[in-house]
Unconditional design. Structure first.
Length: 299
């Protein structure tokens, strides 16, 4: 493991504290681009980004997500077919959760290349109660309650809860796949909304689907691969394109939960019998074709 990756792993536990009730952004509209890096590319890139980017407020974190789907994985199956519009629902914590930990319930949609994310945040116990009610066919009891403070955040949360409720009414959703990884995040010096994240130690599991479990699972990618995501509302700056060109960093298609499903869950649960696109996930082809080449670059 390189020094940069060691630092990421060592710092995650210290920076996993997200405060319940702290103001946060609950809606996003942006472009998300993904790249696979060798360890050498990763370390060189970090050095070249220093004039332009700084550590995010939560620079180091263990990202733990439960992806909800039907028993036949309708949402994931549709997603990997690469339609113009797709959606998914997940519940996320940063680090191992307990009853009072802040948890994010998120709807993530993608339309014509643009990502729209809507989320609510509350303690684990409250979010768990809300989702348990939906899974049982109930509705949110507080969805139309009066708000004593009249805060706009309440109205936003209520609208997002309605959207989550609609998703649960259209599909019989329940936790199906856990995805975890260690993340290092940077933000732009001039534009804090411009973010680049680096994910390592990607794991998945299909049992013990509880965010209060320890960080454990089967490895999703090889140790020497770093998944980078560029998240930006508009066009990427020219200096970033120049850096990527110098380091021979090229955009790829990769879905963490899609890869877990196509490579592991599908054969395990269904024996490969479900309908599957010929190129269900470009990342699988990319990895098989280029992993040897990337290792040679990093030597």
């Amino acid at each position: 493991m390189t020094d940069a990756l060691k630092n990421t792993a060592q710092n995650t536990n210290a920076d996993n504290n997200f405060t319940v009730g702290k103001p946060l952004q609950n809606s996003f509209k942006r472009v998300e681009q993904k790249y696979m890096l060798s360890r050498l590319q990763y370390e060189l890139l970090l050095q070249m980004l220093k004039p332009y980017m700084i550590d995010d407020e939560y620079a180091y974190s263990d990202v733990c997500s439960l992806y909800y789907d039907t028993d036949s994985f309708d949402l994931i199956r549709r997603s990997i077919e690469k339609p113009v519009y797709k959606e998914k629902f997940r519940v996320r914590s940063y680090g191992k959760a307990d009853g009072s930990s802040q948890i994010f319930a998120e709807i993530k949609k993608k339309y014509d290349g643009i990502v729209y994310k809507r989320r609510i945040a509350d303690s684990f116990d409250k979010v768990d109660d809300l989702l348990e009610g939906l899974s049982c066919g109930s509705v949110y009891k507080d969805i139309n309650d009066a708000n004593d403070s009249g805060a706009k955040d309440f109205d936003k949360d209520r609208q997002i809860k309605n959207e989550i409720g609609d998703l649960f009414r259209r599909y019989e959703l329940k936790p199906q796949i856990f995805i975890g990884y260690r993340r290092y995040a940077l933000k732009g010096k001039d534009d804090p909304g411009f973010r680049i994240t680096f994910d390592t130690d990607l794991i998945y599991r299909t049992d013990r689907l509880d965010l209060r479990e320890d960080f454990h699972g089967e490895r999703l990618l090889e140790d020497d691969v770093v998944l980078m995501e560029v998240k930006i509302a508009g066009a990427a700056p020219l200096w970033l394109s120049s850096i990527f060109s110098k380091l021979k960093i090229y955009r790829t298609s990769f879905s963490k939960v899609g890869t877990a499903y196509t490579r592991f869950v599908l054969p395990e649960k269904f024996g490969g019998s479900q309908s599957q696109p010929a190129a269900a996930d470009d990342s699988i082809i990319w990895l098989n074709r280029n992993i040897t080449e990337r290792r040679a670059i990093s030597c």
